[in-house]
Design a binder for this molecule. Structure first.
Ligand SMILES: Nc1ncnc2c1ncn2[C@@H]1O[C@H](COP(=O)(O)OP(=O)(O)OP(=O)(O)O)[C@@H](O)[C@H]1O
Length: 219
């Protein structure tokens, strides 16, 4: 596991924008929390959503995935067959690296494009594997945290996956301890949705303050 998250206390010089990485284990509530920030005016760039659109029918990554993995990995509709790909990359780490070699540069390019266009007071990058696959220049790291049992319940309910599959996914991710070790901010998502609201409000205010202070430094 690389400790590859490169934090900066100030606005990212390359982009001139205040960048926050949002991460958490599968089903921890990243999307729910990110939506809360978006509702308050933040620019949210979701790397998972980008990966989905790259591998949807007609997506930019489809031709390269087909060339690397064969026709069988592409569904009749022209999307990457996610279930087949999941089985493949779980059983063979080299296949995982091949897929990442195709997708990661495309995701980075799309993140850079959306970052240039972003107009919010700060930007939240939603990066599920931020701790595992770092090298993001960030001012803050926000971890959405909940216990593993709850993660499992939520994912099994949402995606109809078996406990065994969810456990296998979680085993490939960073542990709670590893994530919390790099966090500058933590949102506990252990209770009801409503309990997230004051936490999101508090951090939204903090990020607005920090981003405007940092912007001033660079004017
Ligand atoms: N506080 C909560 N109370 C009840 N259900 C919740 C809560 N937070 C999230 N959920 C539900 O749990 C599931 C996972 O949440 P969400 O999709 O936000 O997590 P995620 O971290 O983005 O997941 P993934 O890693 O799979 O992308 C969703 O069905 C969501 O509606």
């Amino acid at each position: 596991m690389s400790s590859a998250v490169d934090q900066q206390k100030t606005t990212n010089i390359a982009t001139g924008k205040f960048l926050i990485g949002l991460t958490g284990g599968i089903g921890s509530g990243k999307t729910s929390v990110a939506n809360g920030f978006a509702e308050r005016g933040a620019s949210v760039i979701d790397t998972d959503a980008i990966a989905h659109s790259l591998t949807a029918p007609g997506g930019t990554a489809i031709t390269a995935i087909q060339a690397a993995f064969g026709n069988d990995i592409i569904s009749p509709q022209g999307a990457m067959d996610r279930a087949k790909m999941r089985a493949l990359v779980f059983s063979d780490v080299r296949q995982k690296l091949r897929l990442e070699a195709i997708l990661h540069p495309m995701i980075r390019a799309e993140v850079a494009r959306q970052t240039k266009l972003a107009t919010g007071p700060y930007i939240i990058y939603v990066v599920p594997l931020l701790v595992e696959k770092g090298h993001w220049k960030l001012a803050r790291i926000l971890v959405v945290d909940c216990d593993e049992e709850l993660q499992m319940q939520r994912v099994m309910q949402r995606d109809g996956l078996s406990e065994q599959v969810v456990k296998a996914i979680m085993a490939q991710q960073a542990t709670r301890t590893q994530r919390l070790a790099v966090a500058t901010d933590v949102i506990q998502n252990q209770g009801a949705f409503e309990a997230l609201i004051p936490e999101i409000d508090r951090l939204h205010q903090l990020y607005c303050q920090l981003s405007s202070a940092n912007q001033t430094e660079y004017l």
